[in-house]
Write a protein that binds this ligand. Structure first.
Ligand code: PA5
Length: 447
């Protein structure tokens, strides 16, 4: 079995190989801090051995719940925000047919999302489309108190109960939350929903391989065992016993920190496969929330190529030189599409006739990489042998481990997110939430 791979050759120039390798000791020490649990935020390291410690009974329980929802529902709404939503969306978009919802012989329920925004029109349209459909809900919130999913759940729960009755609704609702605390835990216990627990020591953005991601991913018909197996394999190959020169998480953490020190403040995660769009969204949350603190941290951005070469391409090629790029490249597409010959050749494309579309894409990728490097944009490349649950599992674990190492190299606590509270405090004050009287007064004085 192949593995995902990392190539930093085209990042060398702005920083040298010697500079990167001079960070080997620090990267390995930071990896050891994760392993030994003696770094900042060490009460949130449950994700580290999650892939290898998940039990057969736990997997079966998730699969069983997934098959109940699959048998009862044509649509399942996954309710959650941030780490309680992005991992699922990333896997489902990457692995399921892009037009699955249009297939009349579809085998999987359509997975829709709610609670990841407060858009009134979005919620209206969602409620409208669910009318007359057999649907179920997976309500995911680690804290159990987040406003966005709680609001969406309140509405959708009522709609479901009105449609199928309270008793049947209970069998179509699954709650994934804390073992003991939070409003969702109390509600689920009171209503008697099937629940799954998010371990205390796993933060939201590191939770894709808990029921948070595994249940909705299984509902979407994706093999969660392969996803876990991929992550297990990377858990081994990024372990502290693996030397720096073979440890891709340590190398990635070292090179991005060296680039950051040299003035590259923005990392753009690029893909040449639109199905990877939400992998980048998941990655942005992982790195943004983990590293952006104490007025430090690389800004994680993303582009879908070649699409965005026709929008952001100009900036990347020629704008301020504060960026580096990490490209996720997929070696083998799942399907073959050959460019046909056209006798008239009015579009002048016969030079491509007989080639696979992916050959064109790969040359676009190579051409872009060379152009960006020439333009002063260091390039890191991550290769996936193909799009499969196994390699996505590897990719998740690779990025998670590298994120922990990288955060420690930057000297921040990668496992908290104090900055997220600021908007919540203001929002509650503006909405006159009971208990926020003082804040309400203070904020209104500012308006
Ligand atoms: O990474 C995190 O902890 C956050 O982004 C959370 O995932 C997000 O805020 C959702 O929180 P919760 O699952 O508690 O509703």
């Amino acid at each position: 079995m192949k593995n995902i791979s990392l190539n930093i050759d085209k990042a060398l120039g702005t920083v040298t190989k010697e500079q990167v390798y001079a960070q080997a000791k620090k990267a390995s020490e930071c990896n050891a801090k994760l392993q030994n649990g003696n770094g900042a935020g060490n009460d949130f390291l449950g994700w580290l051995h999650l892939p290898s410690s998940i039990t057969e009974a736990e997997i079966e329980d998730i699969e069983k719940s997934a098959s109940v929802l699959r048998s009862k529902c044509e649509v399942v709404v996954a309710i959650g925000i941030g780490g309680s939503y992005l991992g699922t969306k990333a896997v489902v978009e990457a692995l399921n047919n892009s037009f699955d919802w249009l297939h009349t012989d579809r085998k999987n329920p359509v997975l829709l999302y709610a609670g990841n925004n407060i858009g009134e029109d979005y919620l209206y349209e969602l409620c409208e489309i669910l009318k007359g459909k057999q649907f179920g809900l997976i309500n995911i919130s680690k804290s159990g108190t987040t406003t966005e999913p709680a609001l969406a759940f309140r509405m959708l729960k009522k709609q479901l109960e009105d449609a199928v009755g309270k008793e049947e609704a209970k069998h179509r609702i699954v709650a994934i939350t804390d073992a003991k605390k939070g409003a969702l835990r109390s509600l689920a216990d009171k209503e008697g929903y099937k629940t799954f627990i998010i371990p205390d020591n796993v933060g939201g953005r590191f939770s894709v391989l808990t029921p948070v991601g595994l249940l909705p991913i299984a509902v979407a018909g994706i093999n969660i065992r392969e996803l876990i197996a991929g992550a297990v394999s990377l858990e081994k190959t990024t372990d502290t016993t693996v030397p720096f020169e073979e440890n891709i998480s340590e190398i990635y953490a070292a090179v991005r920190n060296e680039l950051y020190k040299s003035g590259k403040k923005v990392e753009i995660l690029a893909n040449f496969n639109p199905k990877l769009h939400f992998i980048a969204e998941w990655w942005k949350q992982l790195y943004g929330e983990s590293e952006g603190k104490d007025h430090k941290g690389i800004f994680p951005a993303s582009v879908d190529l070649t699409t965005d070469l026709h929008s952001m391409g100009q900036w990347i090629q020629d704008g301020e030189r504060i960026i580096f790029e990490t490209v996720i490249s997929v070696e083998e597409p799942e399907h073959k599409v050959i460019v046909p010959t056209d006798e008239a050749n009015l579009d002048g494309l016969n030079f491509l006739a007989g080639k696979h579309v992916d050959e064109v894409n790969k040359m676009a990728e190579l051409g872009t990489q060379l152009a960006h490097v020439d333009g002063g944009v260091p390039n890191i490349k991550i290769c996936l042998p193909k799009m499969s649950a196994y390699y996505i599992g590897q990719l998740f674990y690779f990025f998670e481990r590298a994120c922990g190492i990288s955060g420690y190299m930057l000297d921040v606590n990668p496992f908290n997110q104090p900055g997220v509270e600021a908007y919540k405090k203001n929002m509650f004050a503006l909405l006159n939430k009971p208990g926020y009287e003082k804040e309400s007064e203070a904020i209104k004085a500012k308006l």
